[in-house]
Design a binder for this molecule. Structure first.
Ligand code: GAL
Length: 497
């Protein structure tokens, strides 16, 4: 056996590793061979032949020097140039490929990517992932199937009927955590456990995140980032002009608000056109009036929603409403940041995708934890999922690989305003990120981590919607007791107690 393998190897000329493009090796056959023989010789497994056929045909679509393979059992002639993908990709191919889909052996086609990333920073981050994907798979046409609307409430509503109708995108944005429950993953999504093992993702992401990703014992998405929800952004120019310091607690915060109001500046800018931005603000306040332990307990039933910390949080939100821009219901999270960029608004509380927006617009902005949340990191993660009925399943492999890769996570996150989820970022790689993101990486490693509710990490979708509705009503009624009762009822409906 060993002699046979060596014999074939001698007959192959390895052309070399490609710089750009899918990772793998080009080689020219010096004598005729079956694909199975090539697969056995180079990759050590004859069963990987279909992966070589697919990878070679993908290359042939954009580079005529590659041989076009028309059948799996074809005898490939001497002189044919093949492309041998990396073994991990070949194994992933085999795991994903349905042998009834002969068309998947020919390369090309589309990759339909569903997300809600349309705003400044988000769009640039997504484009950076696309660019890496295009370098590796130039035969595939990417379809950027975005549905605008922060936090994905519009996107999710559009996606669900498409999943049910069997007409999903090839891959889509999914928050890590209980959000996945809303998609009945065991029916509509492909579990990714095998791909996790093949690509080693179960080793490169932090254990807490991996645990958050597990739903019904399976992984359903590949994380691209970690976002922080509890950040106070402030205009450096306004704070310098009045010699203000970022507020460490709510008392200082309201003193600053009162002062700035007197100067004709909007103290704290708010958006709520999407209906999730004010509830987002509220989750960050809850993280300030409860300990991390108590906050976590809200979502497990260990902390009753009758807790005085919840009352206090509602009172703080009520007071904040006295200092916000009157047009908040017309603004989305990104458009309201123009207030800060233009020096008409002093502060904003939003997740750090706002940093992505500030970077994209070239605005130098100050940041601090939301008052009272020093040492607490309200976390969420964006992942990409793989629908069972993805129309171009083979094209999804490379996409998930890019999302989970170091290169992908670095290129994406430095534009998106988030940090890599991977744990193997070196100090040199960290230094490529802006000062906010570097400080965020340090906080992520040091702070108490609690899950965001508005971005899928803490609770199932039905509870998130009840929470959201209660806070939206509160904006109108400003009724602390009534809203707390609604939050108690929402928890009861979700937890059954
Ligand atoms: C979050 C998402 C972020 C960001 C934000 C605003 O839900 O996780 O990546 O896009 O919405 O759109």
């Amino acid at each position: 056996m060993r002699r046979v393998v060596l014999g074939v190897l001698v007959g192959l000329a390895v052309v070399g590793l490609l710089g750009l493009g899918q990772a793998g090796t080009s080689l020219v056959l010096t004598h005729a061979s079956s694909l199975q023989n090539v697969a056995l010789t180079i990759l050590g497994d004859a069963a990987l032949a279909p992966a070589i056929m697919r990878a070679t045909n993908s290359k042939a679509l954009v580079d005529a020097t590659f041989y076009r393979i028309s059948r799996l059992d074809e005898v490939i002639p001497a002189g044919a140039k093949l492309f041998i993908p990396e073994k991990t990709w070949a194994q992933a191919f085999l795991a994903v490929w349905d042998p009834n889909r002969v068309e998947d052996l020919f390369g090309g086609g589309k990759l339909v990517v569903g997300s809600w990333w349309t705003a400044g920073g988000e769009a640039e981050g997504l484009e950076a992932l696309f660019s890496l994907y295009r370098d590796a798979y130039p035969d595939v046409v990417i379809v950027n199937a975005t549905v605008a609307g922060g936090a994905g409430f519009v996107f999710k509503a559009v996606l669900k009927p498409r999943l049910i109708a069997g007409d999903p995108p090839d891959t889509f944005q999914l928050h890590a955590g209980l959000e996945v429950e809303g998609y009945s993953p065991e029916v509509y999504l492909r579990p990714l456990d095998d791909l996790y093992a093949i690509f080693g993702w179960d080793k490169v992401f932090p254990p807490d995140l991996l645990e958050l990703m597990l739903y019904k014992g399976h992984y359903w998405g590949v994380p691209v980032n970690i976002h922080r929800s509890n950040v106070l952004w402030y205009s450096k120019e306004i704070f310098a002009r009045y010699d203000l310091k970022p507020p460490a607690n709510w008392e200082e915060f309201f003193q600053i608000c009162e002062f700035l109001k007197g100067q004709g500046i909007v103290p704290i800018t708010l958006a709520n056109a999407g209906g999730w931005e004010a509830p987002h603000l509220f989750e960050t306040i809850l993280a300030s009036t409860l300990t991390p332990e108590e906050y976590r307990g809200l979502w497990t039933g260990a902390t009753p929603w009758t807790h005085p910390g919840v009352t206090k949080a509602l009172e703080i939100l009520k007071k904040i409403l006295d200092y916000v821009n009157a047009d908040y219901s017309a603004h989305t999270w990104d458009t309201v940041l123009e207030y800060i960029a233009a020096g008409r608004g002093a502060m904003n509380i939003m997740g750090d995708w706002a940093m992505g927006w500030f970077m994209a617009k070239g605005v130098d902005v100050g940041w601090a934890p939301v008052p009272g949340t020093q040492g607490v990191f309200v976390a969420l993660s964006d992942t990409f999922a793989f629908p069972k009925r993805a129309p171009n399943p083979i094209n999804v492999i490379g996409w998930l690989e890019v999302c989970g890769s170091k290169a992908g996570q670095i290129a994406f996150n430095m534009r998106k305003g988030s940090i890599p989820a991977r744990t193997d970022i070196t100090p040199e790689e960290k230094a490529q990120f802006n000062p906010y993101l570097q400080s965020c990486m340090e906080d992520w490693a040091r702070d108490a981590i609690v899950p965001s509710v508005m971005h899928g990490a803490a609770a199932p979708e039905s509870w998130v919607v009840d929470f959201k509705d209660a806070i939206n009503l509160f904006l109108v009624t400003r009724d602390v007791a009534g809203t707390q009762a609604a939050l108690v009822a929402a928890a009861k409906a979700a937890l059954g107690k």
